[in-house]
Design a protein around this ligand. Structure first.
Ligand SMILES: C[S@@+](CC[C@H](N)C(=O)[O-])C[C@H]1O[C@@H](n2cnc3c(N)ncnc32)[C@H](O)[C@@H]1O
Length: 335
């Protein structure tokens, strides 16, 4: 076959990628990966353990093998390393809830073209989070917590908070970053700023780590409400594509004003590279905002650095945070 001659393989894979999503989510729901880890490590044992028909068990096992989620080793099967770490229920690293985070959008993706034809003006209030019920906030943040603690630890591997005393986590969700930071730095205090339903959930997580004396919550909308002053670290993580350029620029300027001289800000976001031609994951987070008719879109790392510069920050830097997924843009308020 002439390798320079285009074929349909890539296009076919993209056209049917929803099947792969379905296979992964079904395997998580059936707890297939936990069963392998706990000893059902041959095809026969796994078929029995799944408790579904033999034919369907064979189908989902073969699909997981085909996707490389599980691998054959002689007569045994085992989880791929990422699956073993993040999709085995009893492990502290379990992130199964996060796999379902965007699941409420599932049906709408099948009608994306209709959403793209929408003519009404986008709304600043993002309906995925504004005025959601407490039970939806709980579902949403069980998911973000399952991935956010690892992200919080990654933040602390990159950023030394020695000597810092007051962290404001803007759109801090479950409080995962604040919990990890306060565990590591005993003199640090933190505030999780988020919408009213969300801070109720954050308070529950914070209590479960006995950190309520050092981590407070603040029910506020970061687009409209004032920030507390005298903070020396401002953090905003994983909500970048939810809002347009003006709104994000505004939040970064407000954070600058709230910081003490010499304070630092970190924006951890799903950002595109400077030429705005990838990575795909931030591009998809931006596209997903079509479904909400929000102002959100995929910002580039250069856009983000410009927001920091417009706000007055110095020493502005952009670093990889989770390659292909998240970047960290930081700046200092002049001393
Ligand atoms: C994907 S979650 C990320 C949570 C947390 N930063 C983390 O990384 O684990 C996005 C968060 O931003 C919050 N958020 C979005 N818009 C907001 C607004 N206008 N005011 C306050 N919080 C907001 C959401 O409620 C949600 O908790």
């Amino acid at each position: 076959m002439d390798p320079s001659r285009p074929n349909t393989v890539r296009l076919q894979r993209l056209a049917r990628a929803y099947r792969e999503t379905g296979a992964l989510l079904a395997a998580v729901e059936l707890d297939l990966f936990s069963k392998i880890s706990e000893g059902a490590n041959t095809e026969h044992l796994l078929i029995d353990a799944l408790g579904i028909s033999k034919l369907n068990a064979e189908r989902i096992i073969i699909a997981c093998l085909g996707l490389g989620l599980i691998v054959r080793k002689q007569q045994f099967i085992e989880n791929a390393p990422d699956v073993e770490r993040f999709l085995v229920r009893k492990k502290s690293t379990y992130a199964g809830e996060w796999m379902f985070f965007t699941h409420p959008d599932w049906d709408k993706w099948g009608q994306l073209a209709e959403f793209l034809r929408e003519k009404s003006s986008p709304e600043l209030n993002n309906k995925t989070v504004k005025n959601i019920s407490l039970s939806e906030a709980r579902r949403y943040h069980e998911a973000t917590f399952s991935i956010g603690r690892g992200a919080g630890r990654q933040f602390l591997r990159q950023v030394d908070l020695t000597g810092r005393t007051k962290l404001l986590d803007i759109g801090g969700g479950s409080g995962a970053y604040c919990i990890e930071a306060c565990k590591k730095y005993p003199k640090l205090t933190a505030t999780v700023l988020d919408l009213p339903e969300v801070v109720q959930v954050a308070a529950e997580f914070i209590r479960s780590f006995s950190l309520s004396d050092r981590i407070s919550t603040l029910a506020a909308d970061f687009n409209f409400d004032a920030f507390p002053s005298d903070i020396d670290v401002a953090l905003m993580a994983s909500n970048l594509p939810m809002y347009g350029r003006e709104a994000i620029g505004h939040v970064i300027s407000k954070s600058y004003d709230a910081l003490v001289a010499g304070g630092e800000m970190h924006l951890i976001g799903e950002a595109l590279n400077g030429s705005r031609d990838g990575p795909a994951d931030p591009a998809m987070w931006g596209l997903a905002q079509t479904l909400n008719n929000s102002t959100g879109l995929a910002h580039s790392v250069d856009d983000c650095m410009q927001y920091f510069s417009n706000a007055g920050f110095i020493n502005i830097q952009a670093k990889e945070f989770i390659p292909g997924v998240l970047k960290r843009i930081s700046g200092i308020k002049k001393a």
